[in-house]
Design a protein around this ligand. Structure first.
Ligand code: AMP
Length: 378
């Protein structure tokens, strides 16, 4: 292939350029589509040859994430590399970085991959998190339980998602049994947060340091998987601004480039609860709770991420409509004809041929005039 790699430091990736995406799921698919809208192409790298993102990518590589030759070839043929999942091995990033700019960078990825590093970094910024302790063995867990009390949540430091790799600790839980449940992996214990609601902020930071944040949304989970996002979350202007400020501080202090999802807990309003927001976790990538931006904003989170990693100016994160995003999980997607016929409902299907329980098959976004979001949250 005869193409010029044009992303030397400081130069934006111009239309005609190619972004490399590690990971071939729905997030990679929607990133590749957004890239195409900007006149760019996408090269998707994924070990699974049935990846949904391959359908919409100009180039594909089917290879393992530790295949050094394939990684080098891939990165040599793109202008910038990004990823759609945070568990990219550090060695993979190191190899890629020798051949192309990787955005977001290695430091942000390392911080977000490890719950201990993540919470330590966030707390260092003066931002609240659940109280936490590092746990390496049963004695350490017993001490952490003594420090933080019960209930508490034991989470693996790495590779947790959608509630996987965690278990609840009650007063009568035996430390070793809890560690067995999470495979005896290095862990952290978190004090239980009696939150009122869960919200998130999708924030983008460009290579010039500009920051664009979407309005905070409220998230409802079912079976540990995101079910719905309400945009905007019903928050006082002060709390909404504080949530955006927290997310902005995190991307600024990480010198981050790209879109990040910042998940927060909102504590109930009560005496002594002046500081009601705590960060639960950060995702160094586009995020499920930002899918509504595809239909309710001028510039979606996917376009925003492509703009950021390519050194373009960020676009507006303003919302032209209120929105409820509902994930289509498993059999929900079988209802596609009804959903497609519904006025005011945008349907997005991920091209996954096999319906499986708990599998994210697509999502729908229902739009409402600003200020007319339904209040039902159940
Ligand atoms: P995570 O994998 O950290 O996002 O956790 C999955 C879900 O578990 C969150 O969305 C919360 O509903 C719940 N959760 C996680 N950590 C805590 C905590 N420290 N206190 C209370 N609930 C939590």
């Amino acid at each position: 292939m005869n193409r010029t790699v044009n992303a030397s430091a400081g130069e934006p990736v111009a239309p005609g350029g190619c972004i490399g995406i590690l990971g071939g799921g729905q997030l990679g698919r929607m990133l590749a589509t957004a890239a195409a809208e900007l006149g760019l192409t996408a090269h998707v790298y994924c070990p699974d040859e049935n990846s949904p993102a391959f359908d919409v990518a100009a180039e594909k590589t089917v290879a393992a994430y530790d295949d050094a030759d394939a990684l080098a070839r891939f990165a040599d043929n793109v202008d910038a590399v990004t990823y759609e999942f945070e568990n990219v091995p550090a060695e993979t990033v190191r190899i890629l970085t020798e051949h192309a700019p990787v955005r977001p960078g290695a430091q942000a990825l390392a911080t977000a991959q490890d719950r201990l590093a993540e919470k330590t970094f966030i707390a260092e910024q003066g931002i609240r998190t659940a109280p936490f302790r590092a746990v390496d063995d049963a004695a350490g867990l017993a001490q952490a339980i003594a420090d933080l009390g019960t209930p508490a949540i034991l989470k693996t430091r790495r590779f947790g998602y959608d509630g996987k790799g965690q278990t609840r600790i009650e007063a009568d839980t035996a430390p070793q049994a809890a560690l067995d449940e999470i495979g005896n992996a290095p862990a952290i214990l978190e004090g239980f947060v009696p939150f009122e609601r869960e919200i998130s902020v999708i924030v983008a930071r460009g290579q010039d340091g500009a920051i664009a944040a979407y309005d905070p949304v409220e998230n409802i989970h079912k079976n540990h998987i995101l079910d719905r996002s309400f945009a905007p979350a019903a928050l006082t202007p002060g709390i909404a601004a504080e949530a955006i400020e927290i997310a902005s501080t995190i991307v600024r202090e990480l010198d981050y480039v790209g879109v990040m999802g910042v998940e927060l807990f909102l504590l109930p309003e009560s005496a002594g609860n002046e500081n009601r927001l705590l960060v639960n976790e950060i995702a160094p990538r586009v995020h499920n709770s930002g899918h509504w931006t595809m239909d309710a904003c001028l510039v979606s989170q996917f376009e925003q991420h492509v703009r950021a990693i390519c050194g373009w100016p960020l676009g507006s994160a303003a919302r032209h409509s209120d929105a409820v995003m509902t994930n289509l999980i498993g059999e929900d997607a079988a209802d596609w004809t009804t959903l497609a016929a519904e006025p005011g409902c945008a349907i997005h299907l991920y091209g996954k041929t096999e319906i499986r329980t708990g599998r994210k098959m697509g999502h729908v976004t229902r739009l409402f005039p600003i200020g007319e979001l339904p209040v039902t949250r159940n």
